[in-house]
Design a protein around this ligand. Structure first.
Ligand SMILES: [Zn+2]
Length: 706
């Protein structure tokens, strides 16, 4: 038998091999000993469902990280919730004619359900409209107020007199003074990521009425970020050089250009009310209250919440998208520092954006793969999407999700590598041994080398997960399936079985050990498939530390297996591509600009045209053309032939008896050898669709139109 604990041949944590891949200062920050971890995920706005971009950027990596730590037996919490305040919610409510509470109730439930079904293993998924949150955010504000951490200042802010309200955040748009993006919001430019004040915008416009706003005086509370600038510089630029280059770089650029006091209250009626004198009619700025949502959610989960937030041996990690870097690295840490009793994040792994088929994902343009729709259209295939989004994660640059790539990764990787190996191991075990695991005999050098690779892969996965390199971690975990395939291809049990039955027992035993190890090593990434694989193997869940061990005993009976992954056919992918093409066409039609009016004409010019109501009495297709119909029209004056380019919009039999508008004094013209005597007038829609212009009640043919 081979050794029971193969982990013993594990490479040490700080040997040369590790040092070669990871600069030593990076390892050093990992060495700081923490006794518990708090993982937070950006709070999605509850003004729409969640899409693949959300999963790829924040929730899948955070879930992988948390599952990994749990499997190692660490004390870890995964915290999430819906951001239910802020202007996007009130704008949506106004548009749909419902209350902001209706909006957040609807989308919070859709979002929560999507996350649950994708296996995002939150310990708590809360919402910022909860009572606990209102209390926590109020207390936090009051504490800073009492400590004198705010500056109270009356200033001129933009105001829309017609709407009778101040224009905060997304209620106002204009041109970004930094990058000239014309759609920048009053608090942030999403194009360059810069955090703005509404008064910075060039050409400010009210999003409510489209008016040019006026300035009006109002009082607000400001957090003096400049006060924390020296601290933030030391903490981020000196002590957290290991943060991802995109995060570190953005922080450095803000800190280098100097921080300024920032208003943390707003003149709005939806949000957490400002809890101090003079705060009537005002609420906390959504980016002041939202990150406090992480604290409220932790409170709701456990009465022991303080140790996760306040103990020095706790590690906090914020998973966010790149548009949230300033809030999590500059503003929230300044708030926590001002309060004084909280720890600051140890890392803020932020991803870049995921695009869809070459275009920026957009809720308003419906350019997205919505999770609730995917769940219906690809039942039981959550792991396929988790896999594709991790393998193609936008970790260092914006990446593109395409349905072709989704299909290729499923068919060529999940099916052909992972599914194929597991299936062959299980099927051969049933075929040769009726599903009972055979005992291994003496191991060959090749057997030993193969098994020794398992702890090496485990270590590579760990190193990558602990430094937030999820793509690389998944690749290394999948290498265990590749190792299994190579082992099978090299040992060829289906040939050897004819000459050396004892040898095949060893081979199959090793294949099953690899399969069982796969169910553990891949669990953080593919939790549904890990469960399925353990059902096939008829084994209990294993701990992370078991990886590399001889985890499955000879004599154990495995279950009948089915396929771990199924091939996805071209037609399925084409249906998704067509769905997106339809969205694109609908967007183009909606955006088509109405043709400007032509120059004025006088009444006499108009009266030169003789337009009459005619009735179509006969219709047939013009042979060898796609577009033309030959019509006979009763114009009241005569029965005449008119050739009309409407064959793609109307069938001949549908239009007999139809009353239409006819220009009867247009010069006759030959079309395909037929003389057309006049023209049927058509209305052309934005998408090119033609409709007749017909009287809304029957009139006598020949009636004049003028
Ligand atoms: Zn900008």
């Amino acid at each position: 038998m081979y050794p029971k604990r193969i982990t013993k041949i594990n490479l040490g944590r700080f040997d040369l091999k590790v040092e070669k891949h990871f600069p030593f200062e990076k390892i050093e920050s990992q060495m700081k000993k923490f006794n518990r971890t708090l993982v937070t995920t950006a709070l999605p706005y509850a003004n729409g469902p969640v899409h693949v971009g959300h999963l790829a950027g924040v929730y899948v990596p955070a879930d992988i990280y948390t599952r990994y730590l749990r499997m190692k037996g660490e004390d870890v919490l995964l915290i999430g919730g819906s951001d239910e305040h802020g202007v996007p919610i009130t704008i949506k409510a106004k548009k749909e004619g419902i209350t902001p509470q209706d909006v957040v109730d609807k989308y919070h439930n859709i979002i929560k359900d999507s996350f649950e079904k994708f296996g995002i293993s939150f310990d708590v998924y809360s919402r910022t409209s909860s009572k606990t949150h209102a209390e926590t955010a109020s207390e936090f504000f009051k504490t800073l107020h009492e400590k004198g951490e705010f500056i109270e200042k009356t200033s001129e802010q933009y105001y829309d007199a017609d709407a009778n309200q101040f224009l905060a955040d997304r209620y106002i748009t204009g041109t970004c003074p930094h990058c000239n993006n014309e759609g920048a919001y009053g608090d942030q430019c999403e194009s360059c990521g810069t955090s703005l004040n509404a008064t910075d915008l060039i050409n400010p416009t009210s999003s409510i009425t489209g008016n040019k706003p006026e300035l009006k005086e109002t009082k607000h509370w400001y957090l003096p970020l400049d006060k924390y600038e020296p601290y933030l510089k030391q903490w981020i630029l000196e002590e957290h050089k290991e943060w991802k280059p995109n995060v570190y770089g953005q922080c450095k650029s803000w800190l280098d250009s100097g921080l300024h006091p920032r208003a943390v209250t707003r003149d709005l009626d939806w949000g957490v009310p400002v809890p101090v004198d003079g705060g009537e009619g005002k609420v906390l700025y959504v980016w002041f209250d939202a990150p406090i949502g992480y604290i409220s959610a932790t409170k709701e989960h456990t009465p022991d919440w303080e140790k996760y937030w306040k103990a020095d041996d706790s590690k906090m990690v914020h998973f966010i998208g790149k548009d949230n870097i300033v809030f999590h690295c500059i503003i929230f840490p300044s708030m926590l520092k001002a309060e004084g009793s909280y720890i600051l994040p140890e890392n803020v792994p932020s991803n870049e954006f995921l695009n869809l088929e070459g275009d920026k994902i957009s809720t308003s343009r419906n350019w997205a793969v919505w999770l609730h729709e995917y769940l219906e259209e690809f039942p039981e295939k959550q792991d396929v999407l988790r896999y594709v989004l991790t393998a193609n994660a936008p970790e260092t640059k914006d990446n593109d999700f395409t349905w072709k790539d989704f299909q290729a990764r499923n068919n060529n990787e999940l099916v052909a590598i992972l599914g194929n190996f597991v299936n062959r191991a299980l099927v051969l075990t049933h075929k040769y041994y009726k599903g009972i695991i055979p005992a291994a005999g003496e191991l060959s050098d090749f057997d030993k080398e193969t098994l020794a690779e398992i702890p090496v892969l485990k270590e590579k996965v760990e190193k990558n997960l602990e430094t937030y390199h999820f793509r690389e971690a998944l690749k290394e975990a999948m290498n265990l399936a590749r190792l299994g395939n190579k082992y099978l291809a090299d040992t060829e049990p289906w040939k050897v079985v004819k000459t050396d039955e004892e040898r095949v027992k060893t081979i199959m035993n090793i294949c099953l050990q690899i399969s069982a190890n796969l169910s553990t090593l891949l669990e953080p990434f593919l939790p549904f498939s890990a469960v399925k694989l353990r059902e096939f193997l008829n084994i209990e869940r294993l701990e992370w530390e078991n990886i590399g061990e001889n985890v499955i005993e000879a004599g154990h009976q495995i279950n009948k297996a089915s396929l771990l992954f199924e091939k996805i056919e071209d037609a399925t992918i084409q249906a998704q591509v067509d769905k997106l093409l339809a969205t694109k066409a609908a967007n183009e039609a909606a955006n088509k600009v109405v043709t400007p009016a032509k120059e004025n004409i006088n009444f006499d010019d108009f009266m030169k045209m003789d337009v009459r109501v005619g009735t179509i009495t006969e219709a047939e297709k013009v042979a060898k053309t796609k577009k033309l119909l030959k019509l006979t029209v009763d114009t009241g004056i005569d029965q005449r032939t008119i050739v009309s380019g409407i064959a793609e919009h109307y069938k001949p039999e549908e239009i007999i008896g139809k009353q239409v508008s006819v220009l009867v004094n247009l010069e006759p013209k030959k079309l395909k050898g037929i003389e057309s005597q006049g023209m049927i007038l058509m209305a052309e829609d934005a998408d090119g669709k033609l409709s007749f212009v017909s009287p809304d009640q029957a009139v006598k043919p020949g009636s004049e139109i003028r």
